[in-house]
Design a protein around this ligand. Structure first.
Ligand SMILES: [Fe+2]
Length: 101
């Protein structure tokens, strides 16, 4: 079970680096929730339940992106890495090749 006051023991505010690390864990939780809700959608033929769960899935997916943008705010190296990773992926998807670093 999640410990919502896990950081209270620090006795201080988290650094940006520590908060970015915590937010990365939050993204894991969001993705885990998405997988769980999608499994529940597939496990029922109740259209109302499927609609509500799909709405929640869509919101969780947005939370993943919002948290990713927050990490980019907290960790500027991550922001540059994300730009490079996005370019690599788009190049590979288009059938191109990328150079190894
Ligand atoms: Fe969420």
């Amino acid at each position: 079970m999640t410990k919502p006051f896990l950081t209270a023991g620090l006795g201080r505010l988290m650094t940006k680096e520590e908060l970015a690390r915590a937010i990365r864990q939050d993204i894991i939780a969001e993705n885990d929730a998405i997988a769980l809700y999608e499994a529940h959608i597939q496990a029922t033929d109740d259209k109302a339940a499927q609609a509500v769960l799909q709405h929640i899935v869509d919101e969780e997916k947005m939370h993943v992106m919002e948290l990713q943008v927050l990490i980019e705010h907290l960790d500027t190296d991550q922001k540059m890495i994300n730009v490079k990773g996005k370019t690599h992926a788009e190049t590979l998807i288009a059938g191109g090749e990328v150079e190894e670093d």
